[in-house]
Design a protein around this ligand. Structure first.
Ligand SMILES: [Zn+2]
Length: 233
């Protein structure tokens, strides 16, 4: 492909980027992005809280089951009061009942703590839902402003895009692949000239002789250091 095509492509893309930067730098776009972020944070919180709630309810049910079976055990123990003459049996009976009572006490404390945690989680969940609703409302409002801002640059951007697609038809697939990758990485300018016959105009590293020989035979090479599209003036 011709060097002039490469440079024309870069010029047009610069125009497009300038328009995009104008839009992205506007207050409306910044507000829109901020609100999007707030909404997605609230969504993540709600999802996490729902998951936690499911887990806590499972734990709570297990605690209640354990409590009920201990209660049953205690009742059975209390029902089998030994004969007054059976000293060892009486001793075991007292220790067993005491042990079960202690276990029940510990368990009921755990249940109390767990229900406190569930109450707190419900409160946080309600807060997240309210914050999410508020943010979603703001997001809609700021989206409208952002669209207004976008509409201002849209006709010009459309024209430039059409010009770009015409030039793209004259570009090699390899060039487009490398250029688009550099653009995505924001390594700009993506297309740079060879300086002083041996240095990259992007990263200023000196090229090895074989890279320069290669560049003499084709319209561009990728800089071995920074990966930019390097051409010879
Ligand atoms: Zn370079």
């Amino acid at each position: 492909m011709e060097l002039s095509v490469i440079l024309e492509y870069q010029d047009l893309d610069r125009k497009l980027m300038k328009l995009e930067n104008e839009l992205m730098g506007s207050d409306a776009a910044k507000e829109y992005a901020q609100n999007k972020h707030t909404v997605s944070t609230a969504q993540e919180q709600v999802v996490k809280q729902n998951r936690d709630a499911g887990e806590m309810i499972k734990q709570m049910n297990a605690l209640i089951q354990e409590y009920e079976s201990l209660e049953k055990e205690l009742k059975e123990a209390e029902d089998s009061i030994p004969e007054v003459s059976d000293v060892n049996g009486a001793d075991f009976f007292i220790r067993n009942v005491q042990k079960l009572l202690n276990q029940l006490k510990t368990l009921s404390q755990e249940i109390g703590k767990m229900s406190q945690r569930i109450v707190e989680l419900n409160q946080n969940h309600a807060q997240s839902m309210a914050a999410g609703k508020d943010a979603a409302k703001k997001l809609n409002q700021s989206k409208a402003k952002y669209e207004e801002e976008r509409a201002k640059i849209l006709p010009e951007a459309q024209t430039v895009k059409e010009e770009i697609s015409k030039v793209e038809a004259k570009c090699s697939p390899k060039f487009l692949e490398v250029y688009k990758r550099l653009r995505k990485q924001k390594r700009l300018p993506a297309v740079v000239p060879l300086m002083d016959g041996r240095s990259c105009g992007g990263c200023f590293m000196e090229l090895a002789g074989d890279a320069i020989v290669k560049l003499n035979g084709q319209s561009f090479i990728e800089c071995p250091d920074c990966g930019r599209i390097l051409y010879k003036q």
